[in-house]
Design a protein around this ligand. Structure first.
Ligand SMILES: [Zn+2]
Length: 331
């Protein structure tokens, strides 16, 4: 059993409007689970019973996948459900994903409603598996309220403050130590090395953003994924969509952001690898009608890292690439 304290960030109350859909989702999940596994619980099998003696782990976003591999090293086998360019707010688990989740010794996911369409499934899996929202040990004062004040929900994009990712890394290591105590020393060693890399990354991002003159530090993106980045590295943030991509952008949003471009004389805006670029193009067109010229400054990794096997396919590489693009376009 896992003894770490847990947020229940996506627990819906019985009175919530989500309750009915939640009921059907859970019923559907039970059917899938019964069909797939004959009712047998695979999740609590000890690490050495699982394939090749490795701890079997299933993760959601690809930068969580990368971090678990960095800390787990040779002792873990990680199946990531979401690849490059995949939007976790909208992602729905396939039947194959459900099997992978049920077969895992440990499930790591973002939590704080990041995987909005998988929340019911992850709640259900918690009854039979070790499920760990990687944000679980972040203290309340590190969490940001969503700008539009959605009740009882925090902004899930905590990874753009590298300090937060150090806490996440410690949570992952603590979980692995508990699940596989025999290899605890290796997990500790990997964690120490990785925390050192994160310290260097944090200093690098500070340095790059500080190169931009303060009055030009305005980061405009498709959806509101960079509030933690803004707070940590002293750059103002403006987005067209809110903290989830599930709600569509309105013409009011487009006009508001176009006005910001004009008022603050912003020359470059950014698209995101996991969000279609139409809304950003609409903002540029609206700014143009106000007589203000701006351009696309590049594509940022927001809710997904780049392709596996490339430098940007890792957490460190994705944050570094973002800092380079932002500094390059705005300074
Ligand atoms: Zn997002």
């Amino acid at each position: 059993m896992n003894t770490l304290p847990r947020f229940k960030p996506h627990a819906a109350s019985a009175g919530s409007p989500r309750y009915a859909s939640r009921f059907f989702a859970v019923a559907a999940l039970l059917l899938l689970a019964l069909a797939g596994c004959g009712g047998e619980s695979g999740g609590d099998a000890s690490a050495d019973q699982a394939g090749g003696g490795k701890v079997q782990i299933t993760t959601t976003t690809n930068f969580i996948t990368d971090t678990v591999r960095q800390i787990g090293g040779d002792h873990v086998e990680v199946t990531g459900l979401m690849g490059a360019g995949v939007d976790p707010h909208l992602y729905k688990a396939s039947a194959g994903d459900v099997k992978s989740l049920r077969d895992a010794d440990v499930i790591f996911y973002g939590g704080l409603q990041l995987e909005g369409k998988m929340a019911d499934l992850l709640d259900k899996l918690e009854e039979t598996q070790t499920t760990v929202p990687v944000t679980t040990d972040l203290p309340r004062e590190k969490l940001l309220d969503p700008p539009q004040g959605v009740a009882e929900q925090y902004d899930p994009h905590i990874w753009f403050d590298v300090e937060n990712w150090k806490t996440v890394s410690r949570t992952i290591a603590a979980t692995l130590r508990e699940k596989d105590p025999e290899n605890a020393a290796d997990y500790d060693r990997n964690l120490d090395r990785y925390l050192g890399e994160l310290d260097k990354l944090d200093a690098y991002v500070q340095k790059r953003i500080a190169e931009i003159p303060r009055d030009r530090r305005v980061l405009v993106t498709s959806h509101d994924a960079f509030e933690y980045f803004g707070r940590a590295y002293d750059i103002d943030v403006e987005a067209i969509q809110g903290i989830s991509t599930a709600a569509e952008a309105t013409t009011t949003d487009v006009r508001r952001v176009a006005k910001t471009l004009q008022d603050r004389n912003v020359k470059a805006v950014f698209v995101e690898s996991s969000v279609p670029r139409q809304t950003i193009e609409a903002v540029l067109a609206a700014a143009d009608r106000l007589g203000h010229k701006a351009r696309i400054g590049g594509e940022l990794y927001a809710d997904a890292a780049g392709n596996e096997g490339t430098p940007e396919g890792t957490y460190v590489g994705m944050v570094r690439a973002n800092a380079d693009k932002i500094a390059g376009a705005l300074k």
